[in-house]
Ligand binder design. Structure first.
Ligand SMILES: *Cc1c(COP(=O)(O)O)cnc(C)c1O
Length: 428
């Protein structure tokens, strides 16, 4: 019989777990233990030699369990399963998206290095770049979706530090505007500055689209990062992060994780294993709902503009990039309400089914006001430049019935009283 290659969704219930090692339990138990017993002193020595990189693992050798900061069955099974979606060599799970991001930046940047990043980027990442990295002598320069490859190269050269460019850090689609960055184009920028003594790594925060709808490693990224708090966890009941990439970069990431000690706990990993079983059905339902909601919002008289990849016009350069980089428009919608903060708040305060909260990618729909909530820390001028105004509302679409979501949005929009002042202000 011909070997059959299962799709990732078929392997989420079984891959990397042997029931016979756990009394036949169909699901991995929670390995709530800090340390593991060695059978022989020789085993302990062999495990440590491999774990500390003193020698490479032999092909037939199984890496033994030592201590739960280094490895734990729940952590390892989860990492093996997550690798399947992005077809990566290895994966490291962290206790939060921010610990995944900060560990990658700390490992691949040295004092004096230059970091290029796409703007807008997640508020926590932005803060880490501008407050912590700056303090240790790493300079950062931002660019956005409107910059061409030549302009980005120019920008890097204008810093006078082009020979110290060490990392390109991307977040695409951008939160909350859904602006998209061309990963392959950025890889060309990385190649342009890569020399024998200067390696330029590229990391992509794929939280908005992954691991289902975009695979940055296929487009030239060295590392892909997730806030697993979002779609991967998917139930708003845990905080976690993930980093994936080839064996060489992941060895470095995992080593730093061992010494920072910011791996996820067995219980968090167990919850994530449960979440992975329904990842595809959840994300696909969320996307189908989002497409309907976006179409509904698009024609509404109280809605000025809808930011959703499924509404890009065919034939435009953005549409071509979207088709090249993504397999779905996702489930994140932002829209400008007619009016300003007052109208946006009226809308949010009248929602009944949709919860008002930050975060995204979960089974329940969540709405928030970026200018006064997730993006309040961004410099007001920069915030306006990226299109995040007082009239913008962001909704993460969940798995509820699409008619019910639209009914809720419709009644909340009906409750909004647009003042004449705001209308005149809009037209001016
Ligand atoms: C939420 C989020 C993060 C941070 O992840 P945490 O799990 O909250 O630490 C990073 N990037 C993006 C795009 C996010 O949405």
């Amino acid at each position: 019989m011909k070997a059959h290659n299962y799709k990732p969704e078929s392997l989420m219930m079984s891959y990397g777990y042997k029931p016979e090692l756990s009394e036949g339990a169909v699901k991995p138990p929670i390995f709530q233990t800090s340390t593991f017993v060695f059978n022989k002193a020789e085993d302990g020595k062999a495990f440590f030699e491999v774990a500390y990189g003193l020698r490479e693992k032999q092909q037939t050798e199984e890496l033994g369990l030592i201590y739960s900061r280094l490895n734990n069955p729940n952590l390892e099974i989860l990492e093996d399963r997550l690798c399947l979606w992005d077809k990566s060599d290895d994966c490291a799970i962290f206790e939060s998206g921010m610990s995944a991001i900060s560990t990658v930046l700390l490992e691949f940047l040295n004092p004096g290095d230059l970091l290029l990043y796409s703007s807008p980027t997640y508020g926590g990442t932005d803060h880490f770049i501008h407050h912590f990295l700056q303090k240790i002598g790493v300079d950062a320069i931002g660019f956005d979706a409107n910059h061409s490859k030549e302009e980005i190269i120019q920008l890097i050269e204008s810093t006078g530090r082009a020979n110290r460019l060490a990392m390109i850090y991307l977040e695409t689609p951008a939160n909350p505007t859904n602006a998209i960055i061309d990963i392959e184009m950025c890889k060309e920028v990385a190649n342009h500055f890569t020399k024998e003594n200067q390696q330029v790594r590229m990391a992509v925060d794929n939280t908005y689209m992954g691991p289902l709808w975009s695979h940055p490693l296929e487009h030239g990224a060295d590392l892909v990062i997730y806030s697993a708090t979002k779609y991967i966890g998917g139930h708003s009941d845990l905080i976690a992060g993930a980093v994936l990439g080839n064996a060489e970069v992941m060895k470095r990431v995992k080593t730093l994780r061992t010494f920072l000690g910011n791996m996820a706990s067995p219980h968090t990993c167990w919850l994530l294993l449960r979440s992975l079983e329904t990842l595809k059905v959840r994300m696909e339902q969320q996307m189908r709902n989002a497409q309907q909601v976006a179409d509904f919002l698009d024609g509404h008289e109280k809605v000025e503009k809808v930011y959703y990849l499924g509404l890009l016009k065919k034939g435009t350069p953005e549409y071509q990039l979207y088709k090249r980089q993504y397999t779905s428009p996702g489930a994140m919608i932002s829209f400008d309400i007619v009016g300003g903060e007052k109208e946006a708040f009226q809308f949010l305060n009248h929602l009944k089914l949709i919860k008002m909260a930050v975060s995204l990618g979960s089974t329940e729909s969540l709405a928030q006001h970026p200018a006064s909530m997730t993006h309040i820390g961004v410099d007001p001028k920069a915030r306006l430049a990226m299109g995040v105004t007082d009239k913008m509302v962001r909704i993460s679409i969940g798995v509820e019935n699409a008619e019910d979501i639209m009914w809720d949005i419709s009644q909340a929009l009906d409750a909004v009283k647009i003042s004449q002042h705001e209308v005149n202000y809009q037209m001016a």
